[in-house]
Design a protein around this ligand. Structure first.
Ligand SMILES: Cc1ncc(COP(=O)(O)O)c(C=O)c1O
Length: 360
């Protein structure tokens, strides 16, 4: 079976983790700050705080810009559920706006129309690694928290790296991501005040200059271990190679699938550069039947992503119904993630493409 994803792990990762094991300092040690500095430098961000997941990074990012009870946060319904869930963690409401049919990111005009007097922040998602139009959203002058969990390696048209514009931006390091620490995440940001707050809140609200006994605010245990940060540092060393490998695999897919009825991931346009994460196509019809056919041929695939507003929890809680965000719903009904990972061979891509075209 060709898997959907497969991390690149080897001797450098092994060495890095063993070194931490031998040091005896498994958490709250030196690797955390080292990883943060290296990650921030790579993106051109002033600060970074390593946390236990992309979800934790989003949550602390929303708190940092002051999202709280009764607020609204304008965001995309075409995302992994965590981007909307973290808004609910703070008692705020996700105000969904429809997506652009080409980039699949928040449509700036729809986002503008969703802004009300209660809007506290905007939460664009760089879906499938393609840069969201953050420059257009910046014109509203509202705080922005970026969900960059799928977008490591992406670059905006003006040359800034996704996560390097100064807004709190969340990255995730689950095993299918461009860089993995098993589980983990990081928040990049431009504000030293935000960094101070996030560092405290990830560690139970402990102030930096206080002993264990005093905590001056509410916090969480969102810490990332030194083991994970060491793994992250080793992965960062080989990130350029892994991103190039993903881009090469995407190129093979484009060639093998061109000219048919499939809608392929949009090409980089206007200077924006995708950080390749997944290869998602939109099939014209019968997506779920296609998944079954592919499975019979030894190819993993999955519907990716379902629309958040139509998930049962969101329907029940907010009364969402079909038809509210037609572009998102159409894309969500037809999108299919194919096997995609750096070590994928041209032969495997050809096998997937042949199975998919036959299934259609
Ligand atoms: C768009 C998006 N947002 C948020 C997350 C949450 O990241 P994590 O699973 O690390 O909490 C993910 C990861 O799957 C994601 O793809």
């Amino acid at each position: 079976m060709i898997p959907l994803a497969q991390p690149v792990l080897g001797e450098p990762e092994e060495r890095a983790v063993v070194e931490v094991l031998r040091s005896g300092q498994l958490s709250l040690g030196p690797r955390v700050a080292e990883f943060e500095r290296a990650f921030a430098a790579r993106l051109g961000a002033r600060h970074a705080s390593a946390v236990s997941s992309g979800t934790a990074a989003l949550h602390l990012g929303l708190r940092a810009v002051g999202v709280s009870e009764g607020d609204e946060v304008v965001t995309s319904p075409f995302s992994f559920v965590a981007s909307a869930n973290t808004i609910l963690y703070e008692g705020a409401r996700p105000a969904f706006a429809d997506i652009d049919p080409v980039t699949l990111n928040l449509d700036p005009d729809a986002a503008a129309a969703a802004i009300t007097g209660r809007t506290r922040a905007l939460l664009p998602v760089h879906i499938f690694g393609y840069p969201a139009d953050v420059p257009a959203l910046e014109r509203h002058g509202l705080p922005i928290v970026e969900d960059a969990c799928e977008a490591l390696g992406a670059v905006h048209a003006d040359g800034t790296r996704v996560g390097g514009r100064g807004h709190p931006a969340a990255f995730g390091f689950y095993a299918n991501k461009q860089l993995t620490t098993g589980e983990g995440g990081i928040l990049t940001m431009g504000s030293a005040e935000h960094k101070e707050r996030v560092d405290s809140e990830r560690n139970q609200g402990r102030a930096p200059d206080m002993g264990w006994l005093d905590h001056d605010r509410l916090g969480f245990n969102y810490r990332l271990t030194d083991l994970a940060c060491a793994l992250g540092l080793a992965q960062l060393e080989r990130l350029d190679g892994m991103l190039a490998d993903r881009a090469r695999v995407a190129g093979w897919y484009r060639e093998a699938l061109a000219g048919g009825e499939l809608q392929l991931p949009c090409e980089d346009a206007g200077g924006d550069v995708r950080g390749w994460f997944v290869f998602v196509v939109q099939v014209p019809r019968d997506r779920d039947r296609v998944i079954g056919r592919l499975r019979e041929r030894g190819v993993s695939s999955k519907p990716y992503l379902p629309a958040i507003h139509l998930m049962s929890f969101y329907r029940e809680r907010f009364g969402h119904r079909e038809g509210e965000f037609p572009v998102c719903e159409d894309v969500a009904a037809r999108s299919l993630a194919l096997p995609f990972f750096p070590a994928m061979t041209e032969g495997q891509v050809a096998q997937v493409a042949e199975a998919l075209l036959t299934a259609l």
